[in-house]
Design a protein around this ligand. Structure first.
Ligand code: NAD
Length: 253
């Protein structure tokens, strides 16, 4: 039977690549994002369904699930991917940004999991993939909101895996190092300006400082999508509750 996947933040970057990979595998895709034009366009390209939602709002999380089920009658795969970055010291970190980050990157994955639970169990081979980061496992200064939210996903992933197992539901946390997406390209340009060095040098020295694969410092979104697709395949039936680290040995140091 055809499966249905809901991917948050799928108008861009990693989420978009995951949606494209699923569509190639004839999985029906639901693109959830707050960017309407881009989200519609991706949905159209992939013959999927678009739901505009601001996932910092619990009601929008609820509606994303309801509209998916109204459209397709089922939900088999949930990819909690939407996120953003903010760089500041703990002392200067704006409270509003903190609340928004936790709402989007920790509360929304919990709420979407909760609201989707019945359908994922009914699927019999439900899959949840949370998109974490190396910052789910390690920390960097000036990223307090991001690091905290991404660490929180470790706990969510483990509990969901423990409770879902008896229903065939798996839940994993994919933890990539830097991936070439608009989120990171903006950071490269910002750091290039701040440090007064070329973007290529930022990529090599700042972003690639801890990775070890020769000539490769950043992943492409498709690299993450391939891994996510595997975790959602029937072959990955026993892989659950785990941190799926893809970081070119960053955290091996
Ligand atoms: P991106 O900026 O390309 O995409 C993020 C998407 O989330 C955008 O389409 C944006 O519109 C959407 N979004 C933001 N706020 C939203 C909201 N309130 N409601 C609904 N949608 C919203 O970023 P990306 O690099 O593809 O990041 C995707 C995920 O991957 C994030 O969780 C990020 O933390 C994680 N990640 C990224 C990297 C990297 O290096 N790019 C590395 C590790 C983890």
């Amino acid at each position: 039977m055809t499966r249905v996947a809901l991917i948050t933040g799928a108008a861009s970057g990693i989420g978009r690549a995951c949606a494209a990979k699923f569509a190639q595998q004839n999985i029906k895709v639901v693109i959830v994002d707050f960017q309407a034009d881009q989200g519609q366009q991706v949905a159209q390209e992939l013959q999927g369904f678009f739901v505009q939602a601001d996932l910092t709002q619990p009601e929008d999380c609820r509606q994303a699930i309801d509209k998916t089920v109204e459209q397709y009658g089922q939900l088999d795969i949930l990819v909690n991917n939407a996120g953003f970055q903010h760089i500041d010291t703990v002392a200067d970190f704006p409270e509003e940004t903190w609340h928004k980050m936790i709402a989007l990157m920790l509360n929304a994955p919990f709420l979407l999991t909760k609201y989707a639970w019945y359908y994922l169990i009914k699927s019999g081979q439900g899959r949840i993939v949370n998109i974490g980061s190396v910052h789910s496992l390690t920390a960097s200064p000036f990223k307090v909101g991001y690091v905290t939210a991404k660490h929180g996903l470790v706990g969510l992933t483990k509990v969901v895996a423990l409770e879902g197992g008896e229903h065939g539901l798996t839940c994993n946390l994919v933890c990539p190092s830097y991936v070439r997406t608009p989120l990171v390209e903006k950071q490269i340009l910002d750091q290039s300006r701040t440090l007064g060095i070329a973007p290529e040098e930022v990529e090599e020295k700042v972003f690639g400082g801890k990775t070890v694969i020769k000539d490769k410092r950043l992943f492409e979104p498709e690299d993450v999508a391939n891994y996510v697709a595997f975790l959602c395949s029937p072959e990955a039936w026993g892989i659950t509750g785990a941190m799926q680290v893809m970081d070119m040995a960053w955290t091996a140091h």
